[in-house]
Design a protein around this ligand. Structure first.
Ligand SMILES: *Cc1c(COP(=O)(O)O)cnc(C)c1O
Length: 435
């Protein structure tokens, strides 16, 4: 069968290729991408000339430097001349060692041991295993549940799903299969008054105290809940979680797969202005600048020792593609680039552009809230978004958006210029109008 034209490709795709969160029999429409460069994707369709659109999603928050970045392309090419991949059991290599050295240096000092996982969800699974094995090593095998908050998202595999918001994560469909975790209320929004934070904190303390005998750890996305609703919350909540963890001997996990590498305006929330350091830190998404799938789980000597003291003495995990050299090499190049470019200034500039462009939408009918945090801009509607209509309207403005639920939002590449950011906010305005 020939798959030469856009029409052929799209027809076969529709019949056979599964896409994220779609029906196999009634798939939502997809667009064909034939290339990407800078902050733009080239879209091809059967009956129209190709178009170039700004990627306001950074390919699901990962492509922070944009596409076909010369430094990243070069790192990848150079690594292919040494080796694309070797197993990590019994072998090691410079790209992995150098990457871990970098991650240990750039994250809070107590985080000293790193596990290189092959995706964000796997990183969270590894973190959960670390928590459980650490508790076993402490002689507390009955401590098996995680405390988390409503509205979170930690990935799509079963262990991860159990920690996602029960409604958003459709827990009812998997009753009996998912581990049952303990949920506290969603933390109050950024800018909440002290009384609201205190009410929330009391709730968390009460839940933690009543389940302390069975709790092993706490897991949250610090400061910004991403796929669970793009909810930015008060940094004081993180201090409360640290206190609760310390009081009950729980391992505190921060899932910074979305917030890491500058997205919120800080390199990491961990150890940032909130002054809270977790016991386990998960990184992913932007780690390779969006080039390849790679994630990392960092932890403290204390947690590592607990794991070593558990009955197996080892962490029971080891993916086939662990520490993939190509991914490590491109991650190193991406971190170099992050440091070489003034990402702080870029994120601040993008934030100013998003604020200026999105704040006026607050007055529009159907808009419930507008919020920005670092290089994240969100318009929340008072109704579910008509995704097809919103996407089409944004594309007419030359921008690729992927709204979900009641949210039209952007997490643009840091490489976006001011004109790009203005185009994105215009496109969000149009999308909001038709959605
Ligand atoms: C995307 C995401 C994950 C899952 O990462 P994958 O690479 O898609 O498996 C986990 N946690 C958070 C906070 C995320 O944003």
């Amino acid at each position: 069968m020939s798959l030469d034209t856009p029409a052929d490709l799209l027809a076969y795709d529709r019949a056979h290729v599964w896409h994220p969160y779609t029906s196999p029999t009634l798939p939502a429409p997809v667009r064909l991408v034939t290339g990407a460069a800078g902050v733009r994707l080239r879209l091809e369709s059967p009956d129209e000339p190709s178009t170039e659109v700004i990627d306001a999603m950074s390919s699901w928050w990962a492509a922070i430097h944009g596409y076909r970045v010369p430094e990243l392309d070069a790192a990848l090419a150079a690594q292919t001349r040494d080796m694309a991949h070797v197993m990590f059991g019994g072998l090691t290599h410079a790209p992995a060692v150098r990457l871990v050295e970098r991650l240990v240096a750039m994250t809070p000092a107590p985080l000293q041991h790193a596990f290189l996982a092959d995706s964000g969800s796997v990183a969270v699974e590894v973190a959960l295993k670390m928590v459980l094995q650490h508790q076993r090593g402490q002689g507390r095998p009955e401590r098996t549940r995680l405390l988390t908050v409503l509205g979170g998202y930690h990935g799509d595999t079963l262990g991860c799903m159990s920690t996602c918001d029960p409604v958003g994560g459709m827990h009812t469909m998997f009753t009996g299969t998912l581990p049952r975790q303990v949920f506290a209320e969603r933390p109050p929004a950024q800018g909440a008054d002290a009384a609201m934070v205190e009410t929330w904190a009391d709730g968390v303390r009460t839940v933690a105290a009543s389940h302390a005998h069975e709790l092993a750890g706490i897991i949250v996305e610090p400061l910004l809940q991403g796929a669970g609703g793009m909810h930015a919350y008060d940094a004081r909540c993180l201090q409360v979680l640290r206190e609760v963890a310390d009081e009950h001997g729980l391992v505190l996990v921060f899932d910074e797969i979305a917030t890491g590498f500058g997205r919120t305006g800080e390199l990491f929330v961990s150890g940032g202005t909130a002054r809270v350091t977790p016991d386990i830190l998960c990184l992913g998404k932007a780690l390779t600048g969006g080039y390849l799938t790679l994630a990392a789980v960092l932890t403290t000597p204390d947690v590592a020792e607990g794991i070593a003291a558990s009955e197996s003495g080892v962490l029971m995990h080891g993916p086939t593609f662990m520490g993939n050299p190509l991914a490590c090499a491109v991650a190193l190049a991406s971190l170099d680039l992050l440091e070489a470019r003034d990402w702080r200034a870029d994120v601040a500039r993008i934030n100013a552009g998003l604020r200026a462009g999105l704040e006026p939408l607050r007055e529009r009918p159907g808009v419930a809230d507008v919020r920005t945090l670092g290089a994240v801009g969100v318009v929340q509607l008072d109704h579910p978004v008509d995704v097809a209509k919103a996407t089409d309207a944004a594309l007419e403005e030359g921008v690729w958006l992927r709204p979900f639920r009641d949210l039209v939002y952007t997490m643009p590449p840091y490489a976006c210029g001011d004109d790009d950011v203005a185009a994105i906010t215009r496109a969000i305005g149009r999308a909001v109008e038709v959605a």
